[in-house]
Design a protein around this ligand. Structure first.
Ligand code: SF4
Length: 192
């Protein structure tokens, strides 16, 4: 059967981390090469409400999937990031912006320990334009990022050849430049 359903479209501030997040972690993958530029440590948070058909990580749509986030895991992530060959941290899910309690705690620690020596990437089902109208916690998290890969996964726009993205509507956004210029600025190392 052909899938005709589309991802869900929330109103601004309709979905809030405080109402949904259980602060669970679906997975943690240190030292990988696929979740952004360079060698990365990736945290997969649990819970997402977008319900995109064809979601790459359907199990992690459940806010109760996996394990609770712990101080021990955070300390391990910081120890792994301290390796000189690791470029940075990646947040994925699930939906990082519906798990801001966990993600904000971690990104603040990363900036405290490493400043901007390590970069921070995040994926989100929210688009940049949607995040601009979102709750304070989501905007705060955005301000800690270097790169945002934005937007739902759309089966109709699926393209497996794209760099770091599953569908062609998604963008790799340079967050500091976009905030500074008040408009989306695409990552200048984008290949395709
Ligand atoms: S936004 Fe990402 S994690 Fe959420 S349902 Fe869509 S593809 Fe899955």
């Amino acid at each position: 059967m052909v899938e005709t359903r589309l991802p869900r479209n929330p109103q601004p501030k309709e979905w809030l981390a405080k109402d949904h997040s259980l602060q669970y972690i679906a997975d943690y993958k240190p030292f990988n090469f696929v979740d952004g530029e360079g060698v990365r440590c990736s945290l997969y948070v649990s819970g997402c409400l977008f319900n995109c058909p064809g979601c790459y990580n359907k199990a992690a749509q459940n806010f109760h999937y996996g394990q609770p986030y712990t101080q021990e895991l955070e300390d391990q992530i910081i120890a792994d990031l301290s390796q000189s060959y690791v470029q940075g941290l990646t947040l994925l899910g699930g939906e990082p912006f519906l798990n801001t309690q966990v993600c904000l705690k971690l990104v603040k620690r990363v900036r405290k320990e490493f400043g901007h020596e390590k970069d921070i990437w995040s994926w989100s089902g929210y688009t940049w334009e949607e995040l601009m109208k979102e709750s304070d916690d989501k905007l705060e998290l955005l301000h800690y990022l270097d790169i945002l890969v934005d937007g739902r996964f759309l089966l109709a726009k699926k393209d497996l050849t794209l760099q770091f993205r599953g569908s062609s509507n998604q963008r790799i956004i340079d967050v500091p430049k976009s905030l500074q210029q008040g408009k989306v600025v695409i990552w200048d190392k984008l290949v395709h």
